[in-house]
Design a protein around this ligand. Structure first.
Ligand code: C2E
Ligand code: MG
Ligand code: MG
Ligand code: MG
Length: 286
C-alpha cells in the first residue's frame, strides 16, 4: 500500500528538479497533498440493460478538496496527466476498484457485476503496465474476469504493436477492454479491427441531441451498427431521458449508462440501487 506513496515521492522529487517550483500551480500542489491525505474517492455509475438489469458499473474518480469542496475529474485529470501525478493516482484508482470488486464478490446480488476503470494514456503507456495490473489483481484477489479497462482513442495513436501486445497480455488473464468516448478522438477504423476490444461506448455528445439532431442520430446509428458488426457490446453514455433510451433501443443499442438510471454514487448507495433493481426486475441471482 505504500508503493503509491513511494512513487509519489519520486515523482514529486523529479518534478521539482526539472521544473521551477514557483511555476507549479496551486491545484497541482494541492493534488499532490491530496493523494497523501486520502482526499480522493471513487463513485460508481450503473450500466443497465434494456430490461433494467444491472450489468456492472463504471468507477469514477472524485476529489474532496479541503477548501474548494468536491472537484470533478474534468478539472484535474489533464493536469494529473501533464505532471505525472496520474501515475500514483491511477494506481490508487485501480487498487481501490479491485478492492471494491472483492467486497462486491461476497454479495450474491453483486458478485457477477463488471467494474470498468478508466485508464489514462500515460498510465497505459508505462512499460510495466501489464505487470502492475496483474500484481494488483493478485494482491487484492479480485477476479480479472470482472475487471474492464476503459481506453480512449487519443491514447491509441502511437505504437499500435505495443498497445495490442499489452491488451492481449491482459486479455489472456481475463481482463477485458472498452473503447470510451468513441467517435470523439482520432477515429481510425483500422485500430477497431486490430484491438482486442470487448465493448465500445457511444460518447454522450452524440447521445445528448440524438432526438433533435439528425447528424447525431446518424452518428449514433453508425457507431451501433459498426460496433455490433465487429462483435462488440455497445454502451450508450449520458442517457438522461426515456426518449433517448427508446431511440437507442430501437436502433439496437441495449446497454445504457446515464442519469436516467443512476448518477455516479458511493458504493453503499450503489449496492442498494442494484438490490432494488434486481428485485423489481425479478431477476434470478447468480
Ligand atoms: P468518462 O469516462 O467518459 O465518464 C463518463 C462521464 O459522464 C462521467 O463524468 C459521468 O459522471 C458523466 N455522466 C454519466 N452519465 C451522465 C448523464 O446522463 N449526463 C451527463 N451530463 N453526464 C453523465 P465524470 O465523472 O465527471 O468524469 C469525466 C471524465 O474524467 C471521464 O469521462 C474520464 O475520462 C475521466 N475520469 C474519471 N475518473 C477517472 C479515473 O479514475 N481515471 C482516469 N484516467 N480518468 C478518469
Ligand atoms: Mg469512462
Ligand atoms: Mg466516456
Ligand atoms: Mg469523457
Amino acid at each position: 500500500t505504500n508503493t503509491a506513496f513511494a512513487m509519489l515521492g519520486l515523482y514529486a522529487l523529479v518534478h521539482i528538479m526539472v521544473t521551477d517550483v514557483a511555476e507549479s500551480s496551486r491545484l497541482e500542489i494541492d493534488m499532490r497533498k491530496g493523494i497523501n491525505r486520502e482526499e480522493f474517492f471513487l463513485v460508481y455509475q450503473a450500466q443497465v440493460t434494456s430490461e433494467g438489469r444491472v450489468l456492472g458499473a463504471e468507477a469514477l474518480l472524485r476529489w474532496k478538496h479541503p477548501q474548494q469542496g468536491l472537484i470533478s475529474p474534468g478539472e484535474f485529470i489533464d493536469l494529473a496527466e501533464q505532471t505525472g501525478l496520474i501515475i500514483p493516482l491511477g494506481a490508487w484508482v485501480l487498487r481501490t476498484a479491485c478492492v471494491q470488486l472483492v467486497t462486491w464478490s461476497q454479495m450474491p446480488e453483486l458478485a457477477q457485476l463488471n467494474l470498468s476503470v478508466n485508464v489514462s494514456a500515460r498510465q497505459f503507456h508505462q512499460k510495466d503496465f501489464v505487470d502492475q495490473v496483474q500484481a494488483v489483481l493478485q494482491r487484492t484477489g479480485a477476479n480479472p474476469q470482472r475487471l474492464k479497462l476503459e481506453l480512449t482513442e487519443s491514447m491509441l495513436v502511437q505504437d499500435m504493436d505495443d498497445i495490442v501486445h499489452k491488451m492481449e497480455a491482459l486479455r489472456a488473464i481475463g481482463v477485458s477492454f472498452s473503447l470510451d468516448d468513441f467517435g470523439t478522438g482520432y477515429s481510425s477504423l483500422n485500430y477497431l479491427k486490430r484491438l482486442p476490444l470487448e465493448q465500445i461506448k457511444i460518447d454522450q455528445s452524440f447521445v445528448r441531441d440524438v432526438l433533435a439532431d439528425p447528424n447525431d442520430a446518424a452518428i449514433a446509428n453508425t457507431i451501433i451498427t459498426l460496433g455490433k458488426s465487429l462483435g462488440f457490446a455497445v454502451v450508450a453514455e449520458g442517457v438522461e431521458t426515456q426518449g433517448q433510451r427508446d431511440f437507442l433501443l430501437e436502433h439496437d443499442c441495449h446497454i445504457f449508462q446515464g442519469y436516467l438510471f443512476s448518477r455516479p454514487i458511493p458504493s453503499p448507495e450503489f449496492v442498494a440501487f442494484v438490490r432494488a433493481a434486481q428485485s423489481s426486475a425479478g431477476f434470478a441471482v447468480g
